[in-house]
Design a protein around this ligand. Structure first.
Ligand SMILES: [Zn+2]
Length: 330
């Protein structure tokens, strides 16, 4: 399914979200205590300053290239922000509902098909699937349409979203992954989409996903990668680099290393993203980025050239939308 940035992030809705986020920063992040962290992916201690945005500093690991906010506010500061900040209620009450059906068709359905096909190649047909940060349960609904006999479960910390998942008939644990002990060791497949870029402690978070899986089961995580074309090109001007929401951008290497650190095997990292080229084109037409002579030439060549270029990015793991998969030893 081919699609454009505007299908899933209409400019006016996205810009309003970014405007509210900017207003939340002085409200929630002024004069808070800050913690220094090592590389959130490989644990490496060597990092160099990479960029500053909205008053936050990001370092880049010299070992694995992962880009991460450092120093970062304490976990408690983020907890309060996610519970009550206007940008977050705008996301759940307005932004996501406005694009949910477009995302169902362009993102969630292809995601189910993609994951099922990857698992089939490894001979895994999961009986119990858990979606961590399940939101309104759209991934689980799409899974159910294709595989009605799978037991589908949601781990979702939001009270209202948990209720939505329950009303759709899914088993729900109203919790974060880090506090989901009662479901440890029960899933054949744990999936978690676009959460890792938000989490305060990536290590604790990934460890908790691995604990939810049975021996022989799989973990699939998707998220933003620093190695992606649009992020590399636009850097601090990238709308994806949006602190305080997005604070971790693992590299392809970083995802791979962190999965291996938690004992997962047969780790595979893919970048099936489709939007990098469109995102950069939009940044050029909005005057956020001027491009250079070569890019202007590429963009003038039209759709087939751009599609081929996006395909090149996918093939060589240079899209900013990344999937990482690994298996727990049996
Ligand atoms: Zn690193």
């Amino acid at each position: 399914v081919e699609f454009k940035e505007a299908d899933i992030r209409p400019k006016n809705v996205f810009d309003e979200y970014l405007r509210l986020s900017a207003l939340d920063i002085p409200e929630y992040f002024q004069n808070v205590s800050m913690e220094t962290v090592t590389c959130v992916a490989c644990g490496g201690q060597k990092a160099k300053p990479a960029l500053q945005k909205s008053g936050f500093n990001f370092d880049q690991c010299t070992e694995c290239r992962t880009l991460f906010m450092n120093p970062r506010p304490a976990a408690e500061v983020f907890r309060r922000f996610y519970e009550s900040a206007p940008s977050n209620s705008y996301w759940s009450n307005y932004f996501f509902p406005a694009v949910v059906e477009a995302r169902r068709e362009k993102i969630f359905r292809p995601r189910v098909l993609g994951i099922q096909s990857l698992l089939k190649k490894r001979g895994l047909e999961p009986k119990v699937v858990m979606d961590i940060g399940a939101g309104a349960g759209v991934f689980l609904e799409e899974w159910q349409k294709l595989s009605p006999s799978t037991e589908l479960r949601a781990v979702e910390p939001g009270e209202a979203l948990s209720e939505v998942c329950r009303s759709k008939g899914f088993k729900v644990l109203e919790s974060t992954a880090e506090h989901a002990q009662e479901w440890h060791g029960q899933a054949d497949l744990v999936v978690c989409f676009e959460v890792i870029e938000h989490v305060h402690n990536v290590n604790d978070f990934l460890a908790s996903l691995v604990k939810l899986v049975k021996p022989g089961g799989a973990v699939v995580v998707s998220g933003l990668s620093v190695d992606g074309f649009d992020i590399q090109t636009l850097w601090e001007k990238s709308k994806s680099i949006s602190p305080p929401h997005h604070i971790n951008f693992l590299s392809v290497d970083g995802f791979s290393k962190s999965f291996l650190q938690f004992g997962l095997m047969d780790v595979e990292v893919l970048t099936p993203g489709q939007l990098d080229v469109d995102i950069v084109r939009n940044a050029m037409s909005d005057g956020i980025w001027n491009g250079d002579q070569w890019w202007n030439l590429v963009y003038s060549r039209g759709n087939e050239c751009l599609r081929d270029f996006q395909e090149f990015l996918r093939k060589h793991k240079m899209s900013s939308h990344l999937w990482a998969m690994g298996f727990k030893p049996s």
